[in-house]
Ligand binder design. Structure first.
Ligand code: AMP
Length: 279
């Protein structure tokens, strides 16, 4: 079985040994409830690094909604069994008190790219992400960090953070892994009941069609409006946003000569889904 470490001191001891031997260390930060999306990150890290750490930490600071935090799925035993198939060298799964001990006072806040879309809908979320990612880099002393494109805005926030703070970590963005019907894999999909699960793939289908229509010459606004209508017609209870943005800055963009992404967030069966597609 893969060793599970709970304290920063233990982790540092192990990593110092690896570094003394000249090993390159990769970290895959997760909140557990692992699926093939997470495992694809770990497998990529396995290929590119001598040592791989997967962290499992449901970070309270990135939940703007206490109910979401309470309901977030936790399955460490199953997660460890999945990680043993990669395999990874160690699992770092600290308790909240280890990460945020008494007297903890520091927040890392990335401007600009953190502000729109997810930042607006989930106040404080990206401060929580930026803070914990900075800490996990410091705790693991990793040379490379693996993140999913699934959370596109988060990936841009982490890239900005690493550049702005000169963190000595190479950030690797990995492709989104999807179910056969197109739904992006997510730990939150476990909370979809069968009716909501049946509707869920419509979000990706709708933005995929909109991206194709834009490439074929339809106006951005019309394509987005049609996508939102499709999602509502499928029975989603709420479309939070469907927006076409600059892929890196996440600012509104009608400049089709620059890489753009269409990003979406919508609710079905009481579960919030996000997805995105290059345009
Ligand atoms: P989470 O446990 O949801 O915080 O996700 C941990 C990491 O896995 C993040 O970098 C996510 O972007 C990534 N991830 C989650 N779902 C997927 C997916 N379907 N495909 C690729 N990466 C993913």
């Amino acid at each position: 079985m893969t060793p599970v470490l709970r304290t920063v001191a233990e982790l540092r001891g192990v990593v110092r040994g690896w570094k003394a031997a000249g090993d390159m260390v990769g970290v895959v930060p997760t909140m557990g409830a692992l699926h093939d999306g997470h495992l694809s990150l770990a497998r990529r890290a396995r290929k590119e690094c001598d040592r791989v750490i997967t962290t499992i930490f449901v970070n309270p600071k990135q939940f703007n909604n206490p109910e979401d935090l309470k309901q977030y799925p936790r399955s460490e035993t199953a997660d460890a069994a999945l990680l043993a198939t990669v395999p990874v060298d160690t699992i770092f799964a600290p308790q909240p008190e280890e990460v945020y001990p008494d007297g903890y006072m520091t927040t890392v806040s990335v401007g600009g790219v953190s502000e729109p879309l997810e930042g607006r809908m989930r106040p404080g979320h990206f401060d929580g992400v930026a803070t914990v990612v900075t800490k996990l880099f410091g705790m693991t002393l990793a040379d490379r960090g693996y993140f999913g494109q699934k959370d596109w805005q988060q990936l841009q926030v982490v890239q900005r953070l690493v550049r702005d703070l000169n963190l000595p970590v190479a950030v690797v963005g990995c492709e989104t892994i999807r179910e056969a019907d197109g739904l992006a894999m997510s730990s939150r999909n476990l909370r979809l009941d069968s009716a909501a699960r049946a509707k869920a793939p419509v979000l990706y289908a709708a933005i995929t069609a909109a991206a194709e229509d834009i490439r074929a010459g339809q106006s951005d606004r019309m394509a987005i409006r049609e996508a939102a209508e499709k999602v509502r017609a499928a029975g989603f209870e709420r479309v939070e946003y469907i927006e076409l943005r600059d892929a890196e800055t996440l600012m509104p963009s009608d400049d089709s000569s620059r890489p753009r992404r269409m990003l979406a967030a919508a609710w079905t069966g009481g579960v919030r889904l996000i997805d995105h597609i290059p345009v």
